[in-house]
Design a protein around this ligand. Structure first.
Ligand code: NDP
Length: 453
């Protein structure tokens, strides 16, 4: 597996891939590790998560630099990601016992009836490159503390991150096989899912990858959780505080160089504030520093690979061909590396890629609407349903509209973000199941009813 630094286009590292025999060996070990891991008192598993958080903080710079080299994340954002991973470990160390406490039910006299939450076994996680640490930790922390063991098939462009995550758990004192990385291509995933030792699957990534993993899991009656793409609406009402809304909108679209499933992708803007909002968004996009991701002043780094950038540009070009207007950006930068500038598109036709598909890069599509009803109609005119936000100085109005948007989460006057304390996941083609919070830790457990007469 070659690692290509997307800022330079140069191959910086090569890793040897695991083969089918390595996978079989890892599955044997995972199965054996599960038998003792599930018996460890939860208190001990919680303490190990605290140790993992400490290691992450100690090695923050090292891991952030690795992430930046492999997929081009601006260094300060990479450091923030490592901090967030430490937070999710600490969160589950603190709350897992409360989340998994036995639930007592109304019981007939002389009986005791309860539900207890028991681990399932080895869970296979197929993960993407865009938040190469966070996406994995938000799966691993709740599952390990619940007593499951983890097998990671990470994206092929971030093998160093995949091995570093395995190292965090090993060095924190987790049993060696409680969390293992498999450096394999996507071709070996289906065979692993077919194996009886894998009890459940989770995937974060694109629709086709999610569909393949869910189909293979369904065929073997294994539960899966899918966190797929999004095309989140960012709804700006006529009474929004425009200064803040514009500032947050620029961040919401361009964070992580635009490569986030919950980035604001479609800006749905009331006619009364449209001109001012668009000019602010364009000015904000143009003020961002695009460049070397190791530089602390950089806001937007390269796209994670040349291929991904080419795909993004093709979507922009087809949108323009269909009638969209480029307000700023719109062409790859003329320099080495996969650099695409923050771009704003207006006049986007309903059937253009920027309206219909997920644009996984720093490209905002803006839509003008006349009133609230049209705003909701436009916001919901998508197959996706991950997140969305509403911007208004009237909190009640914001909350009312939040309930009308078809998505797994809607934030009012706040940029959508995943947070260990609240459930995260989508509806429609954005997937199913939830990660994080109590909902996340209960996805891969046996909710066992125990009736004692
Ligand atoms: P993919 O969905 O292809 O990759 C995500 C993970 O799935 C990787 O580990 C990949 O492995 C694996 N995978 C891919 N195909 C299969 C398969 N058939 N069976 C099992 N596993 C598979 O994303 P890409 O990196 O190709 O990005 C393409 C698009 O996906 C983006 O432009 C974006 O729209 C969306 N995406 C969404 C993300 C999100 O957060 N929701 C994250 C990343 C991408 P390998 O790397 O070896 O192919």
């Amino acid at each position: 597996m070659d690692v290509v630094d997307p800022a330079t286009g140069e191959t910086v590292e090569t890793y040897e891939e695991d083969d089918a025999a390595d996978v079989a060996d890892a599955l044997d070990r995972a199965e054996a590790a599960f038998e003792s891991w599930r018996e460890r008192p939860r208190r001990e598993r919680e303490e190990l998560l605290v140790a993992a958080a400490e290691i992450l903080r100690e090695r923050k710079s090292e891991y952030a630099e690795l992430m930046t080299r492999e997929m081009g994340k601006p260094i300060e954002q990479a450091e923030g990601e490592i901090e967030k991973c430490a937070w999710v470990c600490e969160h589950y160390a603190e709350f897992a016992s409360a989340y998994l406490e036995d639930e007592h039910h109304p019981s007939p006299p002389g009986s005791e009836v309860k539900t207890s939450y028991e681990p399932l076994g080895p869970v296979l996680a197929v993960m993407p490159w865009n938040f190469p640490f966070w996406q994995v930790f938000r799966f691993a922390a709740p599952n390990l503390v619940a007593g499951n063991v983890g097998l990671l098939k990470h994206a092929s462009n971030v093998p160093g991150c995949a091995l570093a995550i395995e190292e965090v758990f090993r060095d924190a004192g987790f049993p060696e096989d409680a969390f293992r990385t498999l450096l394999v291509s996507a071709d070996l995933v289906e065979d692993a899912i077919d194996d009886d030792r894998v009890k459940a699957t989770t995937l974060t990534g694109s629709g086709p990858a999610g569909s393949a993993v869910a189909a293979a899991s369904g065929k073997r009656i294994k539960k899966s959780v899918l966190e797929l793409g999004g095309s989140d609406p960012f709804v700006v009402l006529d009474d929004a505080d425009l200064e803040t809304t514009i500032e947050e909108g620029v961040w919401a679209r361009n964070q992580n160089s635009g490569q986030s499933c919950i980035a604001a992708k479609r800006f749905v803007v009331h006619d009364d504030v449209y001109e001012e909002f668009v000019s602010g968004l364009v000015e904000g996009a143009e003020s961002l520093t695009v460049g070397d991701p190791t530089d602390r002043d950089t806001d937007v780094g390269p796209q994670a690979s040349a291929d991904l950038m080419a795909e993004l540009h093709d979507q922009v070009a087809r949108s323009v061909e269909a009638g969209a207007t480029v307000e700023t950006g719109g062409e790859p930068l003329d320099r080495d590396g996969a650099f695409y500038p923050p771009t704003v598109l207006t006049d986007v036709p309903e059937d253009a890629p920027a309206a219909r598909d997920e644009l996984f890069g720093p490209v905002a599509a803006v839509f003008r609407v006349d009133d609230e009803a049209e705003a909701i109609e436009r916001a919901n005119d998508t197959r996706f349903g991950l997140g969305g936000s509403v911007w208004t100085t009237d909190r009640e109005r914001g909350e009312r509209l939040a309930h009308e948007i078809d998505a797994g989460c809607v934030y009012v006057n706040r940029v959508v973000a995943s947070d260990p304390r609240v459930p995260f996941g989508g509806v429609g083609v954005s997937g199913f199941g939830r990660e994080l919070s109590e909902a996340g830790i209960k996805e891969f457990v046996n909710r066992k009813t125990v009736w004692v007469q």
